[in-house]
Design a protein around this ligand. Structure first.
Ligand code: ADP
Ligand code: F6P
Length: 319
């Protein structure tokens, strides 16, 4: 293998740049040429592919977003789109591809592997919803952003003795909400993986008030419902006025945490090693603090389960 390429795809995540840097530097260290593809799969189809040098990835380890830009690309969902992409890769002499993104991007890489392009995936999404790895790049930074917001909301909630509902991203996954709720001391956490009962939420709010608790924080994962919808329900059911805070895309930005920079560096370097070993259709990730690689199919086999023990603990600690 002489030349590989790297792209970032799907929703961006803090630490994607650190992963790009690791891929480029490791590849060059190993004597490979490495090209950057702009704008995810769209750039692949359009042939936006340029060779990168050591200096191309200087001064980016601390930057959020992605210097390669990211995109969602409907054309890549079609067989014709993917064939165009393969033709571009061949034209540019690319023999292996590193895809940095979330689970949709992984599916695209799987299709490319079927078309003969060895593809290795690096998990990067704030949702932390990739099967087979305990951590995705960007999750830790987003979690800290959410915690920072909750701490601030708690100040004003206390001053005004109010109940706040904070809506957290995560698509269909509840990890960000669950971890943030536990770390932020939220009274109630709603995640898509667990049943919720509005009567129980109201009961908890009232019993807190009964014990002299003056404020309350409810974290709702966007995959459950919107914070505004929940506020309406609580008002109708219990006559309790709440304030709503939707954190939105703030959660996707910012300088990556040290932890995200470290795992991005580890994942990116391992991805290059996997390609060098002549393997494709592989994902890299983390298990028990060890960097691992595993078959891409395993990502699609079963839905990621929520951490039941952590959910139970959050309930026990927020009585
Ligand atoms: P993420 O990678 O963050 O989950 P998306 O789900 O939007 O983000 O996926 C990113 C891109 O990956 C899509 O815009 C599309 O180009 C490609 N993709 C997603 N699913 C598939 C699929 N089943 N087959 C081929 N390509 C896909
Ligand atoms: O997958 C990352 C994510 O931020 C999800 O948490 C969220 O549901 C989605 O992307 C938002 O996507 P967009 O930026 O396209 O609105």
């Amino acid at each position: 293998m002489k030349r590989i390429a790297v792209l970032t795809s799907g929703g961006d995540a803090p630490g994607m740049n650190a992963a790009v840097r690791a891929v480029v530097r490791k590849a060059i260290y190993e004597g490979l040429e490495v090209a950057g593809v702009m704008n995810g799969y769209q750039g692949l189809i359009d042939g936006k592919i340029e060779l990168l040098q050591l200096g191309s990835v200087g001064d980016i380890i601390q930057r959020g977003g992605t210097i390669l830009r990211s995109a969602r690309c409907p054309e890549f969902l079609t067989a014709e789109g993917r064939e165009k992409a393969v033709r571009q890769l061949k034209k540019h002499g690319v023999e292996g591809l590193v895809v940095i993104g979330g689970d949709g991007s992984f599916r695209g890489a799987f299709e490319l592997s079927l078309l003969g392009i060895p593809s290795v995936c690096v998990p990067a999404t704030i949702d932390n919803d990739i099967n087979g790895t305990e951590f995705t790049i960007g999750f830790d930074t987003a979690l800290n952003t959410v915690i920072d917001a909750i701490d601030k909301i708690r100040d004003t909630a206390t001053s005004h003795e109010r109940t706040f509902i904070v809506e957290v991203m995560g698509r269909d996954a509840g990890d960000l909400a669950l971890w943030a709720g536990l770390a932020g001391g939220a009274e109630t956490i709603l995640i898509p993986e667990e049943q919720y009962d509005v009567d129980d939420i109201v009961k908890r709010l009232k019993s807190g008030t009964g014990r002299g608790k003056k404020h309350s924080i409810i974290i709702v994962a966007e995959g459950v419902m919107s914070a505004n919808a929940l506020a309406e329900i609580i008002k109708k059911k219990a006559g309790i006025e709440t304030r709503v805070s939707v954190l939105g895309h703030i959660q996707r930005g910012g300088s990556p945490s040290a932890r995200d920079r470290v795992i991005a560096s580890q994942y990116g370097a391992r991805a290059v090693e996997v390609l060098q070993e002549g393997r494709g259709s592989v994902a890299v990730g983390m298990k028990n603090h060890q960097v691992i690689d595993y078959k891409l199919q395993e990502v699609f086999e079963e839905m990621q389960k929520s951490n039941k023990m952590m959910y139970r603990l959050s309930k026990e600690l927020s009585i």
